[in-house]
Design a protein around this ligand. Structure first.
Ligand SMILES: [Zn+2]
Length: 173
């Protein structure tokens, strides 16, 4: 029996557009982002995984500077578009796709004009996460920037409703 063909009295649930990640992976990944800043420059990563009606599930961090060692030479994210081939290779090999990206700011989690105008993945439905304070303080939904790309340089800011749009899962005991 396929769940999608069954209509419940409450109707068909809306597909969840947001992000899902295991708590352990998020803790490790954001700690690594913090480490890579050295407290002096930004850091960032592509977030790989799968997406379906239950959301965009993050299962792997691919750090920008592992693909492009010069990405942060000027202190902020300047990813060389020529390095995307390496990213697509990882996606193809592991059967994943890029479900979101994350980068770190020195200060707050608001989008800079450059963040708004130059999405890492200019695809509607893509999510950009921004961690404040070099990812050295609170990195949990509700305290971080969560932006959904609508296309055409248009974004929806979900930061305030963070926990509703970014679910961190703890393993069942
Ligand atoms: Zn930024």
């Amino acid at each position: 029996m396929k769940g999608s063909t069954v209509s419940s009295p409450r109707g068909i649930p809306e597909p969840f557009p947001g992000l899902v990640c295991g708590q352990g992976l998020w803790t490790l990944g954001t700690r690594e982002l913090h480490r890579r800043t050295g407290g002096v420059r930004e850091s960032g990563a592509f977030l790989l995984g799968k997406k379906d009606g239950k959301g965009r599930r993050i299962t792997r961090f691919i750090y920008y500077d592992d693909l492009d060692p010069h990405c942060f030479d000027k202190g902020i994210v300047e990813f060389d578009g020529g390095k995307f081939g390496l990213l697509w290779e990882v996606c193809r090999k592991e059967g994943m796709e890029v479900v979101a990206d994350v980068h770190v700011h020195a200060g707050g989690f608001g989008q800079s004009p450059s963040d708004r105008d130059h999405p890492m993945m200019p695809l509607a439905g893509h999510w950009a996460v921004i961690l404040p304070h070099y990812a050295g303080k609170n990195v949990l939904p509700g305290h971080i920037g969560l932006y959904e790309y609508r296309g055409n340089r248009d974004w929806t800011d979900h930061s305030r409703e963070g926990p509703s749009y970014f679910r961190l899962e703890t393993p069942q005991k």
